[in-house]
Design a protein around this ligand. Structure first.
Ligand code: NAP
Length: 231
């Protein structure tokens, strides 16, 4: 597994790195480590967009979901390399660079950063596309926000509307609209990603690290305590 991880990255992979996020008009994205709304249609969009691809998520978001997302390659960011025992579809990565390197192994898949707040912010210089669901709901008790800093200068982005959706009783709690933001300096961002991947490879390929991580019982229960929405 480890030797596989440290093979030289493919050239020309991960043409695009997309962050996908749902946000209120005031920037709220979370409350008590959960999504602050129930939008089945948007979750379906999220599931269909990310399925069969690679997702990068922070440990808090992983714990919020309660498991790795099915039908996706999950790269969970944590400083704790033994957070859980890696499987083919779900593994711990200990830095942004390692996550990019790991994602670069999947040349036929797209890579999505799926949150949360700190993860979106750290990836912001590297992301060249956003899929943003703007939710028309006030979240007075929100405690996680999409920092304005993730976008920098708004003039650096091309913005396209992908659709507007009304609230439908029993389906979507609030109206929402979906936008695609594409960076005008995508080539520069891709080159930055590539240099981080190359640097990670150079730094690590000579290290004869142990091929096994210490077994871990994991911090999460096998089954979530409450039924999860099908993400
Ligand atoms: N609305 C949306 O679209 C959306 C999507 C996703 C999440 N959310 C919300 O966002 C909130 C969670 O966001 P958050 O900022 O608290 O947490 P997060 O980004 O999900 O996870 C943070 C954790 O990730 C790990 N991590 C982050 N950067 C790292 C790095 N460079 N190297 C190694 N590990 C790193 C650390 O784990 P360790 O502490 O284990 O080292 C850190 O504590 C929740 O409310 C969630 O519901 C909303």
């Amino acid at each position: 597994m480890q030797s596989e991880r440290l093979r030289k990255p493919h050239r020309g992979v991960m043409k695009t790195l997309t962050s996908i996020v749902a946000v209120s008009r005031k920037g709220a994205i979370g409350c008590k480590n959960e999504l602050p709304w129930r939008l089945k249609s948007d979750l379906k969009f999220f599931r269909e967009t990310t399925s069969n691809n690679v997702v990068i998520l922070g440990r808090m978001t992983y714990e919020s979901i309660g498991k790795c997302l099915p039908n996706r390659t999950n790269l969970v960011l944590s400083h704790n390399a033994v957070l859980f025992q890696d499987t083919d579809d779900c593994r711990v990565v200990c830095s942004i660079e390692e996550s990019l390197f790991a994602a670069s192994r999947y040349s036929s898949k797209e890579t999505f950063v799926i949150g949360g707040a700190s993860t979106y912010l750290q990836f912001s210089p590297l992301v060249d596309r956003y899929l943003i669901t703007v939710v028309d709901k006030d979240v007075p008790d929100a405690d996680a926000f999409l920092s304005e800093d993730v976008f920098g200068d708004p003039d650096n982005w091309n913005i396209r509307s992908l659709g507007e959706y009304p609230a439908v009783q029993g389906v979507d709690e609030a109206p929402f609209a979906v936008y695609e933001w594409t960076a005008k300096d995508a080539a520069r961002r891709e080159s930055l990603r590539r240099s981080l991947v190359d640097e990670f490879f150079s730094r690590n390929h000579l290290l004869k690290r142990s091929t096994k991580r210490a077994p871990s019982k994991g911090v999460l229960p096998q089954q979530p305590a409450v039924p999860l929405l099908q993400l």
